[in-house]
Design a protein around this ligand. Sequence first.
Ligand SMILES: *Cc1c(COP(=O)(O)O)cnc(C)c1O
Length: 411
Amino acid sequence: MHVPNQYIGEEGIVMEKPAIEGGTPVRESKIFYGHQYIDEADIQAVVDVLKSDYLTCGPKINELEKKLCEITGAKYAVVCSNGTAALHIACLAAGVGEGDEVITTPITFAASANCALYCGARPVFADINPKTYNIDPASVRERVTEKTKAVVAVDYTGQSVELDELLALCREKNMVLIEDGAHVIGTRYKGKANGSIADMTTFSFHPVKTVTGGEGGAVLTNSEELYRKLLLYRSHGITREESLMEHTSDGPWYYEQIALGYNYRMTDMQAALIISQLDKLEMFRQRRKEIVARYNEAFYKLPGIVVQEEIPDSDTTRHLYILRINPEKLTINRRQFFDALGAENVCCNVHYIPTYYFPYYEKMGYQKGICPNAEKLYDEIISLPLYYAMTDEDVESVIKAVSKIAQYYAK
Ligand SMILES: *Cc1c(COP(=O)(O)O)cnc(C)c1O
């Protein structure tokens, strides 16, 4: 009898066909790779601000900065309009300028390199570790020149970069370590929260990230000197502190602009939302860890699937789950795997296109081939759904879809 939904697999076992081959999709409704979680407390927190005297630069800003310090153990926090602004003011505070070089990874969102360009510096791409997918300290070392001012190290997927190695290298070469921690909130490195270790750590509160404010960012540091600079660059380069002024004050209204800064302020509505979300961080962390553990357990056994290696030093809260395929063990490539998941109603994404592949970078002279591990990774990855509000059935349907496809197309 011909059963369109099935095929006979190895050892005569009856298997389900992938939907793209005429089988039934694992789920009827589409699931996407990320989604925010907003509860009544979050909504009330924003409404309370709307009914208050301050919509921006009010009490919620200090409250959030204090909370970020408590959570991470950092001495200072400066919140700002988004994660990209955070990277920009971190580079400015680090003294990055015209003619300097900043080393970063190509497996990241464009902002990690663009922040160097904003300052007139040149991004230099170091390769990744092929197993953890994070920037490889040895490759960073190879790229250091006299012009290197800073390293922007991205905790890709939420797994901490090797902070001790990178910090030692930065001290040796007189560079500033900026940790792009857009994915890392909730992670601990050697028992200490990320955010308290690098010279500066930036966070993003974009809706796909673990904690959201709609938009929002922060820079954390233990250095008072960097903290003061960050405050200036966040707000036009303007100060009201007399000790910083060059002229004598004309009166209580007086302030001075002493540097060229920006308007990168966060509103109190965003701050209130982020504070309320941070109350749920432990809950978010636990659920994400559970889902990742379930995925790993299911995928380790599958043909043609590679699981991201975890370093023992990082107690990771994953922002992204990366499914990596081994094209030598499958009859299909990443694009075909991605489309087959889509046919199952599992809607994925890819993080990230190597930054220097973009035409804007190409035109500046960057060429393919400079980071072979990163380029190979890009050809083989798919970001699976991972977010707090996923139900167990959602998780199982994603696993079923991946398993069906990997088994059907195994070589
Ligand atoms: C999201 C993200 C950013 C930028 O954050 P925004 O808040 O969207 O500006 C920077 N770096 C990485 C690695 C990111 O994932």
